[in-house]
Design a protein. Structure first.
Length: 346
């Protein structure tokens, strides 16, 4: 039943929108407007539903509040009307009713064209219709009005990262992180902006690392040191994210990917110390996700081939085999069991 719940909620929202549209198009004396005295209460009710993500009820409350304010043209609360139109536009936008979202955004813009949320929503509309340049202008306009607007910095970072302007992306992700210290949850977002910015910042570092890998020349010692520093930063950022929010699966998967890359680099070092360090990295991986078969296999191989510890190797191979039975792994297990038996006899 749970998997059908989002579809049910979306259907109910669509039905409500259709009813509202039909009601607003009715002519003559049939438009029963709520009294103006109820406008503020209706908008506040909409905020309560919006906070609970009950979008259907929130939309109806906001719409009713706007209708109530329309009944009293002499005492118009511009801030209240602006707030209602922005929320209606946001609900329509996230419900993919783009034309209706644009209509209410335009009404909000008439009230205050320089309001940060007006620019933010317009930027999102441009972004989703493929006009990246105009989206950037709108998000920059948000920051010009409010330099601490974390979401605008984050969205700019994503756009700059997409066009491989990594320096600009990094700067905006860092500002998004700095301006969301409390990791505030925003409606419609799966994770706080501060966490999403950390995730994307680590990916930007990875993008920079990959760009250097395709250079047709040897890296200087300074460049190698800088890249190693970026890799360290990317891992540290993701470790912080996972420590704060252990169920942030996307960040955990990204961290595990970086750790595998780090372990592979260490293994290529070919020295005893490098294998010790690689083993530590693989141990981190299985701590993050105890189902990582490849990590257990590498742990087994390092213990068996480089650290001369067959008992620890056997334990790792058994864990890997329990997760994913494989003939090659079983062969390693049987060989180690035989070797340990022979050692005991001797």
């Amino acid at each position: 039943m749970r998997k059908w719940l989002p579809y049910f909620e979306a259907m109910m929202l669509v039905i409500l929108i259709v009813l509202i549209v039909l009601h607003t198009k009715r002519g003559g004396a049939e438009t029963d407007l709520p009294p103006a005295s109820q406008a503020q209460g209706l908008i506040e009710q909409g905020d309560e539903y919006f906070a609970k993500q009950d979008l259907a009820k929130a939309l109806f409350a906001y719409w009713s509040g706007v209708q109530a304010m329309g009944a009293d043209t002499h005492n118009v609360d511009r801030a209240l009307r602006l707030h209602a139109h922005l929320r209606i536009s946001e609900i329509y936008f996230h419900s993919n009713w783009i034309q209706d979202a644009e209509i209410h955004l335009e009404r909000a813009s008439r009230i205050n064209p320089n309001h940060p949320t007006v620019h933010l929503l317009r930027g999102k509309l441009f972004r989703d219709t493929g006009d990246q340049a105009e989206a950037v202008k709108e998000f920059l306009a948000v920051i010009a009005t409010d330099p601490t607007y974390a979401e605008a910095h984050y969205l700019l970072g994503v756009l700059y990262q997409g066009t491989r302007q990594f320096e600009e992306a990094t700067a905006h992700y860092e500002k998004a992180i700095a301006n969301d210290p409390d990791l505030t949850h925003l409606p419609f977002e799966l994770a706080p902006i501060g966490l999403q910015a950390r995730l994307q910042l680590s990916r930007t570092y990875r993008n920079i690392l990959q760009a250097y890998q395709f250079l047709d020349r040897d890296l200087t010692a300074e460049e190698q040191a800088q890249l190693a520093g970026l890799e360290d930063k990317g891992i540290a950022i993701l470790e912080e994210v996972v420590a704060r929010v252990p169920n942030f699966i996307e960040a955990k998967e990204e961290l595990i990917g970086l750790l595998y890359a780090r372990a592979a680099t260490l293994r290529r070092g070919g020295e005893q110390r490098a294998y010790d360090d690689a083993l530590d990295v693989y141990e981190k991986i299985v701590t993050l996700d105890s189902t990582e078969v490849d990590a257990y296999l590498w742990i087994g191989q390092i213990y068996q081939s480089f650290l001369q510890d067959p008992e620890s190797a056997l334990e790792a191979y058994r864990k890997a085999y329990a997760l994913e039975p494989d003939s090659m792994t079983l062969t390693e297990i049987k060989n180690l069991e035989r070797d340990l038996e022979e050692m005991q006899v001797e």
